[in-house]
Design a protein around this ligand. Structure first.
Ligand code: MOS
Length: 729
């Protein structure tokens, strides 16, 4: 059987089902010292004094570390603006102030309680809007509060609005989102010879190693990062969390250490999806051609930079969705505040941008009296279209066939009765509706960030090729990346899947293939595996060593020009379209998703079952983002630090009918044409739900999440307007 396109079973499936698989917290051993984290628990303050004397008197406490114990106390994925332990200023609730090292968890917890920190509280900068006020105090002394501003200018929006038949404005807001990975942040650290080893869960072994070596002032070869099984990541493990504390503790004590954050520590201590405020204006001609889009996006970046600038740029380039618009003017801003830092989360700025853009195109269509999918189709990117940044869209544009397939699949599954049953109170009803939305998201790093993947393949030769070992450092965060790499190697080498093994979870044993992020592993790491396998085969057949090492470097992307946003930001896009059916209880405002048709061009499905699982899992997360997950922060304080206040969707919230549809329009660079799918279902989803709620009720919801209160308010507002949106025809 061919390895490519096979619904092959994952080699990690059995252990995960039986419980044998070891996640980071399963590696703990009684001989390891236990760490306790002293969090600031206040959003903004000056540290006057840290008194550790009482803590050191607690039986079992070995040491209490503070900022002065950190060799280089500045780190970050993009910018070095975050301290491992705070020196003088606390910038958010989850800032770490001290680290207690003890013989056991109880002593560590008592030690944490006995550290006396004297603070002088400062007023927090509690929103991006506040941060942008000219007289607002700075979150970082040496930086303006606007951490990044990205303008994009194409054509002449002023003239286009003047000539438009219809101009519509919209205001949208989105909230934070918590990754809620199953295994909270945990890990161990120990010395192996003179190398410091950190075993944890992350998304990029070599980047973690770079940051940890920098923090400790060690050469990178003296730091080894290993990944245990990773219980989900979704972008939430892109930034270092416990790894920095573990590395520091073992570096100082020279002893093995272990640390696990509780769920509440994890929720307050690691970054979130960015909340956005978006105001946008769309101009169109009677025939449905969108002629101008002008958008201002303002995002709350929280206390530290994390990946904020990159997320912001992704939101900015998709402020008009997957459409070719002649005249675009976009200004995107992300600000420092004293809130929890915002950073990477599945979709990386595109779900927020699409919520506004896809809602607007549906409203414009409604105003013109046209079908929204017809208007979408008219404006979608095609081969040769120009992006807002002026460049030609990367080849392999499948936006139109993806939408067409979605419309066709939806037509085969009628919505059914408009009024489904009696609602929660007398004289109210549960009403049904259907909405569509399209999506576009980059695969791979953008804006000139160096993109590459290395891989090594060694053939097992014994009277012919009997097997192969692939070495490639890719994080299997639960998405099945290791299996995909093996399938690509098996297919290239003509081997059965079980004869291909992978070494992937050790920075000293496998070469750097970049992060498990940006939906990029299948394309870029997969291409490196493919090329290394081919090269090994070639070497063997020409009488050389039966192995090869390659570095795959794709075509370059460019940064965006500062004033205009001009540039070629990406080399590959994933295209999506969704049809979502909902039921809305008019009395309570409760929205229930009953069916999702989710169409994705993945280029080539290396393993269709894994692709379908990605789509289904992502839709569950998208339902949370859109409806149930209401992450609240007030005056810099997280009000929802646990799963009793922050409501994840359960199996009852996920529809029985999810129809994943896989299209295969090959990408020119991907292995066997493969692109990526990981983030794609989250991109259009919220807008599709908004359109479905509108179809059911006549009301547009413009704020995420669509809590019952917000839906009720939107219903009341729509009733007050008598649903009076005039059409042009
Ligand atoms: Mo991601 S949000 O690119 O880990």
């Amino acid at each position: 059987m061919s390895a490519l396109g096979a619904r092959a079973q994952r080699h990690d499936a059995r252990g995960k089902v039986t419980g044998e698989t070891k996640y980071p917290a399963d590696l703990f051993d009684p001989a390891m010292l236990r760490l306790g984290t002293v969090f600031a628990h206040r959003p903004h303050a000056r540290i006057v004094e840290i008194d550790v004397a009482d803590a050191l008197r607690v039986a079992g406490v070995i040491a209490v570390l503070t900022a002065r114990d950190v060799p280089h106390n500045r780190y970050g994925l993009i910018e070095n603006d975050q301290p491992v332990l705070c020196e003088d200023i606390v910038r958010y609730e989850g800032d770490r102030v001290a680290l207690v090292i003890a013989t056991d968890d109880r002593a560590a917890a008592r030690g944490v309680g006995a550290v006396r920190v004297t603070y002088e509280d400062l007023p927090p900068v509690s929103s991006a809007a506040e941060a942008m006020q000219p007289d607002c105090p700075r979150v970082h002394d040496d930086r303006a509060n606007v951490l990044y501003h990205q303008p994009i200018r194409k054509g002449d929006t002023g003239a286009a609005f003047a000539a438009a038949d219809v101009v519509l404005s919209g205001e949208f807001s989105t909230s934070w989102q918590e990754h809620a990975y199953l295994q909270p942040d945990a890990g161990i650290a120990y010395y192996e010879g003179d190398a410091l080893v950190i075993e944890t869960a992350g998304q990029w072994l070599h980047e973690d190693r770079r940051q940890l070596a920098q923090i400790l002032g060690l050469p990178e070869e003296r730091v080894i990062v290993r990944y245990a099984a990773i219980g989900g990541a979704f972008g939430g493990r892109e930034d270092l969390s416990v790894a920095a504390l573990l590395a520091l503790a073992t570096f100082v004590t020279k002893r093995p250490t272990a640390l696990r954050w509780t769920r509440e520590e994890s929720i307050v201590g690691h970054h979130k999806r960015h909340p956005f405020a978006i105001s946008t204006r769309w101009g169109a001609l009677r025939d449905g051609t969108i002629t101008a889009v002008e958008t201002t996006l303002v995002a709350d970046g929280g206390a530290y930079a994390s990946t904020s600038a990159e997320v912001l740029k992704c939101a900015a380039i998709f402020a008009q969705g997957p459409y070719e618009i002649e005249n675009v003017s976009t200004d995107a801003y992300v600000c420092y505040t004293n809130n929890v830092p915002s950073g990477a989360f599945r979709g990386f700025g595109t779900p927020q941008a699409h919520f506004a853009a896809e809602s607007m195109i549906a409203r414009v269509a409604e105003r013109l009296g046209l079908d929204a999918c017809v208007v979408r189709r008219k404006n979608l990117y095609r081969e040769g279209s120009r992006e807002a940044t002026g460049c030609v869209v990367p080849a392999g544009v499948s936006a139109v066939p993806v939408l067409d397939r979605c419309v066709a699949e939806a037509a085969r599954r009628p919505l059914g009765r408009r009024v489904s049953r009696t609602g929660s109170c007398e004289n109210s009803a549960v009403v049904r509706g259907r909405g569509f939305a399209c999506g576009i998201k980059n695969v791979g790093y953008s804006f000139g960030y160096p993109e590459q993947a290395r891989a090594a393949v060694e053939l097992v030769v014994l009277d012919g090729i009997r097997g192969a070992r692939v070495r490639i450092a890719v994080a299997d965060v639960g998405q099945g990346a290791h299996l995909a790499m093996r399938q690509i190697a098996a297919q290239t080498l003509g081997l059965a899947l079980e004869h291909v093994e992978i070494v992937a979870d050790d920075s000293s044993q496998a070469p750097n293939a970049g992060s498990a992020s940006a939906s990029r592993l299948t394309l870029f790491a997969g291409r490196a595996v493919h090329d290394a396998a081919e090269a090994a085969l070639h070497n063997y057949r020409s009488g050389g060593e039966p192995r090869a090492f390659v570095q795959y470097v794709p075509p370059e992307t460019t940064p965006l020009e500062p004033g205009t946003g001009f540039g070629r930001p990406n080399i590959c896009y994933g295209y999506s379209a969704q049809a979502v059916d909902v039921e809305v209880d008019r009395a309570t405002g409760v929205v229930r998703v009953t069916r999702v048709i989710s169409v994705h061009d993945v280029g080539r499905a290396i393993n269709p079952q894994q692709v379908e699982a990605q789509i289904e899992g992502c839709i569950a997360q998208a339902i949370g983002y859109t409806i149930t997950e209401d992450f609240r922060v007030r005056d810099g304080r997280v009000l929802t630090p646990n799963f009793t206040t922050y409501l994840l969707p359960t199996s009852l919230d996920v529809p029985l009918e999810i129809v994943p549809v896989i299209l295969e329009h090959p990408d020119p660079n991907g292995p066997f044409g493969a692109r990526g799918v990981a983030e794609m279902p989250l991109v259009p989803f919220a807008a599709a739900v908004a359109a479905a709620v509108h179809d059911a009720t006549g009301a547009w919801v413009s704020d995420l999440p669509m809590t019952p209160e917000r839906v009720r308010a939107a219903l009341d507002a729509a009733t007050a307007r008598h649903d009076a949106i005039p059409t042009l025809r």
